[in-house]
Design a protein around this ligand. Structure first.
Ligand code: PGA
Length: 245
């Protein structure tokens, strides 16, 4: 695991955008795994700028990590909506190459199976972007999620419901379930870049990087990945031992 510590959020976002841009230039038909939340917003702004400067996404395929279960794509708090607003409406990724789990599919089991099949059919994910929850979750794989898990319908942890209530009118409106790629689906990606900023992530980052590898802290599994980079701002890195900083 490689650790890069950026001066601030903007530099973190630029470093991540550099990795994605270099990857797309090297492999124009590459498969990207994408995340939502506040963390990657700066990265997406950077990617939009780079597209305006000529970076071509016309052959790229994307897979998002997760979607709330029970929300339609048009719901303003859905991850379909988020991705469209913050990224896809500004880029030239063809619609048929954009993949996000369908949270409105009443047959969740079949949605999960077909999502996993689509990842396999695309040749697997080349470069997966991740955020991290304050409880160490990756995607919506909450503490206790099995390391062998593939895409499935999962229950959200209380900490996640509370953290994400800022995106909804009322805390009761936050869905209690989501469809999420599993830990195994994530670990199968050929390269992983995890972004974290802010003091609220410092504990989870220290445990993910320096603690034991345990299902109790899902991101700790990344210690076992052969090509994983954490890009952190100073605040998120502040509980790492000094030798890492
Ligand atoms: P955040 O969420 O980027 O909104 O902090 C990250 C996550 O929960 O994975």
């Amino acid at each position: 695991m490689q650790i890069k510590i950026a001066r601030d959020y903007q530099e973190m976002s630029k470093l991540a955008a550099d990795i994605i841009a270099d990857f797309i230039k090297a492999k124009p038909s590459g498969v990207l795994g994408l995340a939502t939340g506040s963390t990657p917003l700066g990265l997406y702004e950077e990617l939009v700028e780079r597209h305006q400067e000529g970076l071509d996404f016309s052959k790229v395929t994307t897979f998002n990590l997760d979607e709330y279960y029970g929300l339609h794509a048009e719901h303003p708090a859905s991850y379909h909506y988020y991705m469209h607003e913050h990224l896809f409406k500004h880029l030239n990724v063809p619609k048929e190459r954009i993949n996000i789990p369908d949270g409105a599919n009443t047959d969740a089991a079949s949605e999960c199976r077909s999502y996993e099949d689509k990842i396999t059919a695309a040749g697997g994910i080349d470069l997966q972007i991740l955020g991290i929850g304050t409880n160490g979750h990756i995607g919506f794989n909450e503490p206790g999620a099995p390391f062998g898990g593939t895409t499935s319908l999962v229950n959200l942890a209380l900490a996640t419901i509370e953290a994400n209530s800022r995106f909804f009118d009322k805390p009761e409106d936050v869905p209690r379930q989501a469809i999420s790629m599993g830990i195994k689906s994530i670990m199968n990606s050929r390269k992983i870049v995890l972004l974290a900023n802010g003091e609220s992530k410092a504990d989870a980052i220290a445990r993910a990087v320096e603690g034991p590898v345990t299902e109790g802290l899902p991101a700790s599994v990344l210690q076992l990945h052969p090509d994983c980079t954490f890009i952190l701002d100073q605040q998120a890195a502040k509980k790492l031992t000094h030798s890492r900083r």
